[in-house]
Design a protein around this ligand. Sequence first.
Ligand code: AMP
Ligand code: MN
Ligand code: MN
Ligand code: MN
Length: 270
Amino acid sequence: MNIDLHCHTTLSDGKLTPRQLITYALDRGVTTLSITDHDTVAAYEDLAASPLRIIPGVELSSQWRGTGIHVVGLNIDLHSTALRDAIAQQKLARRERARSIAEKLEKKGIRGALEGAARMAGNDNIGRPHFARYLVETGICKNISDAFSSYLGSGKSGNIDQFWPELPQVIDWICSANGIAVLAHPLTYKMTRTKLSVLLDEFISAGGRAMEVVSGQQLGQQTRDLAKICRQKNLLASCGSDFHQPDQSWAELGRFPAIPAECSPVWDYF
Ligand code: AMP
Ligand code: MN
Ligand code: MN
Ligand code: MN
């Protein structure tokens, strides 16, 4: 069994189309896959039948105490009205945020960023990686990582979380769509253990049921720490590569450490 419950396609900031992603997953021996694009489920409109077990999913953007927090919704009902409403609202938030990011960049003397990012996205689901690609294309930044550390990453003016709904709202949307709300990549928020514990308590009281114990490549110690927290909080454990493109630096599709045996896997509840 090779289960990957977090990855992206061209419908958000990934580089493979849904069909290319499925072929790629099959080539790598993945048996169960959830495509979890940022704030959209459009990938599910373009899937051909395949031997892969597909778990309908999404990665919703939210904010908690002013910090951007990502919540993966797994095994969601793609036809639920709650999900449709959620996606419509996220689309507006993302559009407003993109305008605001472009304005901030303009103040720094960078022109045409909104049009440039839209061109990179190829659709109206514009994310920071599309701005990053524009900054690299124009030669303003030398690579994507430089674009995040100079303009788009934490503490920089192009990192704006105020447009996203509060955390309980996105959890509620996922629950209303009969999905399981999973806290995505807990280590990326760089919180102290105490703050992460408070976040998880609020996540749980809002209806959250799982956390990613494994997100891409991570150290054995990190996996053990997260597994311990997961058990302490009585949460289900999820895992995924957060794959965006072949040759990305953090993890290949379907290739990451196993979740420790003492964790209850989220897929037992699908
Ligand atoms: P957004 O949903 O528009 O806020 O963009 C978030 C996405 O940006 C993440 O899912 C990653 O794909 C990407 N990202 C975030 N931080 C970095 C970074 N430091 N370097 C490269 N990509 C990043
Ligand atoms: Mn992404
Ligand atoms: Mn994320
Ligand atoms: Mn992701």
